[in-house]
Design a protein around this ligand. Structure first.
Ligand code: DLZ
Length: 230
């Protein structure tokens, strides 16, 4: 009997410190406060807009998202012409993800650049001029025979991370680094289109920024988009 009692006590303790042993501890319950719900919302945001009901999770293949409200948010998409066929599918996915979050088409700003190497600088221009709530950088790097792939992949992704940390604007890494074009194609197609998740992730992170930092949504604030000259 004593052994059983000790075993039960140890299990309870282990579960308390190892949520992975007890996933129920992590699941949101209806009455729990939502992690994205702010203590004080900026005047521009209503409590309703930015509370995330735990019961309304949007299940997708790779990841589930809370119900997101991107109304009034302005989002940038910067994409490459290298590997345009796959990139365009990812871009369509990102637009669809944003639409699912109620981002209006007119609040999506798009820049195009030659290759993935150019993405971070173009994202920086976008962050500085277009006053966006989030930026999605999209490119496809396919490993060739030389080291070019590794040089671009690591430098570009590091630079995107730095840009997000420096500006505070969520900058999404939508660069697929693949060994074959088939791998890239598989990640840009159907319910495995990563672009859709990038669109939703952009709104989730922009919402987090708005609630934590009181910044955004930009489009609803009346700040003008700048004209793109080409
Ligand atoms: C040069 C190059 C090569 C070989 N491969 C790719 C690629 O697979 N995906 C991509 O986005 N860009 C590629 N580039 C172009 C570079 O990103 C960049 O545009 C050039 O090095 C000029 O700076």
């Amino acid at each position: 009997m004593l052994r059983i009692l000790i075993a039960l006590a140890v299990c309870g303790h282990a579960a308390a410190f190892a949520p992975s042993l007890n996933p129920g501890r992590l699941a949101l319950r209806k009455s729990q406060p939502c992690p994205l719900k702010p203590a004080h919302l900026p005047a521009i945001l209503s409590d309703k807009q930015h509370s995330v009901p735990a019961v309304a999770q949007q299940a997708t293949k790779g990841i589930s998202f809370p119900q997101l409200d991107g109304k009034g948010m302005r989002v940038g998409i910067v994409s490459t012409r290298w590997n345009a066929e796959v990139v365009n599918k990812l871009k369509d996915g990102a637009r669809a993800g944003l639409k699912e979050c109620q981002v209006e088409d007119s609040n999506v700003v798009e820049f195009e650049v030659p290759g993935s190497w150019e993405l971070p600088l173009a994202c920086r221009y976008m962050a500085q001029t277009q006053k966006v709530d989030a930026i999605i950088a999209i490119g496809v790097l396919v490993k060739g025979e030389t080291d070019h792939y590794d040089m671009i992949k690591d430098a570009a992704t590091d630079a995107l991370m730095m840009l997000g940390l420096e500006t505070g604007i969520p900058v999404l890494n939508g660069i697929l680094g693949c060994h074959t074009m088939e791998q890239a194609e598989a990640r840009a197609t159907g319910d495995n289109n990563h672009g859709v998740w990038w669109g939703k992730t952009a709104i989730e992170m922009a919402t987090l920024r708005a609630t934590q930092m009181g910044k955004g949504p930009i489009a609803a604030s009346g700040v003008e988009k700048k004209k793109v000259l080409f």
